[in-house]
Structures are given as C-alpha cells and as structure tokens.
Design a protein around this ligand. Structure first.
Ligand SMILES: [Zn+2]
Length: 365
C-alpha cells in the first residue's frame, strides 16, 4: 500500500487507522509526502522553529509511521504550499516513478476536495490519481472521504465526565490538546460541534441557574464560583473551579435546566463546545432549548460504493501517530479517554477512483 500525500500528518487524518489495520495484517506500506510541510503551524516552540520545521516534520513522519507499523516513510522536498502552482506533468512523472518503484496493490490519497479544499491536497489527489492510471502495474486508487458526521464531541466528553467519580481537572497541556483535537476534528467533519472561545469579565455569569443546557465550558484561565440559588434567593457556594475544569456537563447529561450559577470570580476565558451556534434571538434564563441553538445541519450522506473501514481497535494508534506530529498537534496520546477517541475515529471512509476516466478527462481538457 502506498499513501501519497502533500504534508507529513495528512496520512494520519486520512487513513491512520486503516494503515495500522493493514500493517497489522501483514501489509507492506510506504508513506510519501511530497513536501516537508515547512509552511505549517508551529504549535510548540520547543518542537521547532521556522528554520527547522521542514526537517522536524520529516522526522515526525518517521515517528508517526512507526506508530502505524510503517517503517518506510519518505519526504520529498517540493516547497510546501506551492504544489498547485507547479507544472502538473512534472508532478505526475514524480508520482509515476514512486509508484513504479514500489509497485503497490493500492494507492491512497485525498479525494478531489482535498478534505477541506487545501490546494496542496487537491493537487496531490489529482496527481496521484492521474499517475496511477499511467503506471505499468495499474494499482487500485482509493480516495479518502470525509463525510460530515453528526457525531458531537460534546456528547462524548459529557458521557466520559459523568463516568468519573471526581471532578476532572486537566492540565494546561490537556486544554490546549483538546482545543487542537476539536478544531482538527470539526474541520474534517469527524465531529459537528460548534466551537468558540469566550471571555467572561469578573462578576459575569458563565452559566445562569435555570437556563436550558447545551453548552459545555472548559475553563482555560481564571476562576469561577459555582453557586446554588435557593427559592428564597439565598446563595450557597458549592465550589470554585479553575483552568482545566469543565462546567456545564451535568445539565447536558440530564437534559435538565442548569442547577447552579457559574460566575466568573476573576476574568475567565472558556473553550465552549455546543451542538450549534447560539441563536441570535435566544435570551437567557429559562428559554426553550429548542430555540437556543442553530444546528449545523444534518451530516451528508455517504457517497455511493463508499468503503467503510472499521478501525475502532486502531483509534488509539491513530492518536498516538497524531501525537508524533508534535509541531502540529501538541497533545499526548493518553490524554483522551478511549471512548472519545473511538467515537470520533472509529471508521475511515474511501471511494475507489476511476483513474482511467480521469486521465481521459484531463487529456481532453
Ligand atoms: Zn496537509
């Protein structure tokens, strides 16, 4: 199996679980990235500088490959961000040479949408598909598909929090890791949550008792008091929460109005996950939950003849591989509970590309 991608880390999101499953079953795999990803993010200054990023990401690909059972990884050094501007024939020749050298049964890359429209991804998809049709061995060409899931990260997190005996308090590293993980997951359609970072000046309500639930808050900075208001208006201070604490999970789990106020004691910043953006007309207090969120809409249907690969047993290795891309995903593999990881990453989707038809189209136009 040959995975042909644009950047180190593309392989994990497209097919990390499938790679691990295949190599576990004895398949021989090679992963090639056309660039070293030197135009990417630097999410950890300890991991790389702009000067070293390409070299670091090439090394990270080796580590991620090892986590997925692949010892044969390769980074070409085409300039990151420029693939769409290069002569396509030159890229196709490069890809044909790679395929003819390795002679895989299957080539896997992005679909024509490049997962989310990244020009490098779109180009590598096109190039890999056209190249496959021109090779002597004519391997099967698969495109990774990212159907928009209706799965909500907020639901998975709430289930997990409710299963714990004590209030969870994550580290700053956890908070950062979860934000990166949630952003990546929602961008690729693994999860449908609305994500937001909100600031609450000291003395303002983060949650008002009696409100319908829906939003889950992860405190990033500052501290907040959890206060229960009795029928006679008296206030009972229950707890103070700080960075790394979640608030709001009980109401969501029970589907009941908020049972306490959460008030910013000092200025608080929260990462907020919800099923949709808050409706502009939603008031506060005990308004109906139905009007409160504007949903993201239903998930798209799977394309016809979609291949669904059950990778639940390999989801943890997918996160392990993601964590190897430290400069991009500053997270630790054991940071998230297995239920969350399997819920998000349990299935990977592919469609078989009709390479021959594509090459005809390309030669005509
Ligand atoms: Zn990429």
């Amino acid at each position: 199996m040959l995975g042909l991608f644009a950047h180190p880390d593309d392989e994990v999101f497209c097919m990390g679980g499938t790679i691990a499953k295949l190599t576990d079953g004895g398949a021989v795999a090679r992963i090639v990235s056309l660039t070293r990803g030197e135009a990417g993010q630097i999410r950890d200054v300890a991991a790389a500088t702009r000067r070293t990023l390409g070299e670091v990401r090439a090394r990270e690909l080796v580590g991620a490959g090892a986590a997925l059972g692949v010892t044969d990884t390769r980074c070409l050094d085409l300039a990151d961000g420029t693939l769409a501007n290069r002569p396509v024939e030159e890229l196709i020749e490069t890809a044909v040479a790679l395929i003819d050298e390795f002679r895989p049964d299957v080539v896997i890359s992005f679909g024509p949408d490049g997962a989310y429209g990244h020009p490098d991804h779109v180009t590598v998809s096109n190039v890999a598909t056209l190249a496959t049709a021109r090779t002597r061995s004519q391997p099967i060409m698969l495109h990774a598909v990212f159907p928009r899931s209706e799965q909500l990260l907020v639901g998975l997190i709430v289930d997990w929090l409710e299963s714990l005996d004590d209030r969870f308090r994550g580290s700053e590293e956890f908070a950062n890791g979860l934000m990166l993980f949630a952003n990546g997951s929602s961008m690729l359609g693994y999860a449908a949550d609305h994500l937001d970072v909100r600031f609450f000046p000291a003395g303002t309500f983060i949650i008002e008792q009696g409100e319908p639930p829906g939003e889950l808050f992860l405190v990033l900075s500052g501290s907040a008091d959890i206060v229960v208001e009795s029928d006679d208006g008296s206030l009972n201070h229950l707890a103070t929460v700080g960075p790394g604490c979640f608030v709001g999970e009980d109401g969501i789990a029970r589907g009941q109005p908020r049972n306490a106020h959460v008030v910013a004691a000092e200025s608080v910043t929260c990462f907020v996950l919800s099923p949709g953006a808050a409706s502009p007309s939603a008031g506060r207090g005990s308004t109906s939950l139905v009007d409160r969120f504007v949903g993201e809409g239903p998930g798209a249907e799977l394309p016809p003849d979609c291949i669904e690969v059950d990778v639940r047993a390999y989801a943890d290795r997918k996160v392990e591989a993601l964590a190897c891309h430290r400069s991009q995903y500053a997270l630790r593999a054991d940071m998230f509970p297995p239920s969350l990881v399997q819920g998000l990453f349990g299935v990977e989707y592919f469609v078989q590309a009709d390479s021959a038809a594509m090459s005809t189209d390309a030669s005509q136009g």
